[in-house]
Design a protein around this ligand. Sequence first.
Ligand code: NAD
Length: 245
Amino acid sequence: MVKDQQPVALVTGSTSGIGEAVVRRLAADGMRVVVHSGRSRERGERIAAEVGGSYVQADLADEAEARALVETVLARHGGRLDVLVNNAGISRPIPHADLAAATPEVWRELLEVNLIAPWVLCTAALPALREAPGGGAIVNITSHAGVRPKGSSIPYAAGKAALNHVTRLLAAALGPAVRVNAIAPGLVDTPMTQDWADAHELWNERSPMRRPAQPEDVADLVASVIGSTYLTGEVIVLDGGLNLR
Ligand code: NAD
C-alpha cells in the first residue's frame, strides 16, 4: 500500500509493556504508528525507528500536552488519524481496606491519567477519526478491575470502571463513524506487574489458561477489535478465564 494511504494509529504509553506490543503489532499489520510516552524519549525513538513509525513525548497528566500530542500526530500525517489506542495508565498499590491511604491526591493523580486523559484524547482526535476512510476506531485498555471488585487500589479500579462505561457511552454517541471498544485485561506480564508475586501465583494456579497474559496476547486482541468493523460498545475481558473461578 502507498504509505500515504496506510491507516494511522496513535498508541499512548507505547514504550513498554502492552503499548509496545500493540505498536509493534499494528505496524506489522501495515499501519503508520505513533509511539508515545511520558518520559522514555530515547526508547520511544528507537522503537519508532524499528517499526517505521514516529515518536511523540507528552505528559498525559497535563491537558495541554495531551491536546498537543494529537495536534502533532495530525500535523505529521496530513490531518489523518484512524485509530486511537488509549493504553497509558498508572497504578498505585493500596490495600482496599486502607481507606486513609487512598487520599484525594491519589484519586486525582490516577483519574487524571487513567480517565481524564483518554477523554481529552478522544475529544481532540474525534474530528479526524470521523473522517477516517474505513471508519475510526478507539480502543481503551481498561482492566478486569473495572468489571469486578478487584485491582491494585480502589481509585485504580473505579477509574477503569468509569472508562469502561465511557466506552459504552461514546460507542452509542459516535456510531457509525467511530467505533469504541475496551479491552479489560487481567494480569499481564509487564513492568507494571513484575513484583506482583501473589497475582502471578493466582494466575498460574487458578486461571484456566494457567498463566498471566503476555503483552502480545493483548496486542492480538487490539488488532482483532480494530479489524472487526461491526464491533462497538464492548468491554472484552481478557483474563485467561480467571473470572470463571
Ligand atoms: P507499563 O507501566 O509498562 O506501561 C504504562 C505506560 O503508560 C508507559 O509507557 C508510561 O510511559 C505510560 N504513562 C504512564 N503515565 C503517563 C503519563 N502521565 N503521561 C504519559 N504516559 C504515561 O504498564 P502496562 O502493564 O503495559 O499497562 C498498560 C495499560 O494496561 C495501563 O492502562 C494499565 O492500567 C492496563 N492494564 C495492565 C495490566 C497488567 O497486568 N499489566 C492489567 C490490566 C490493565
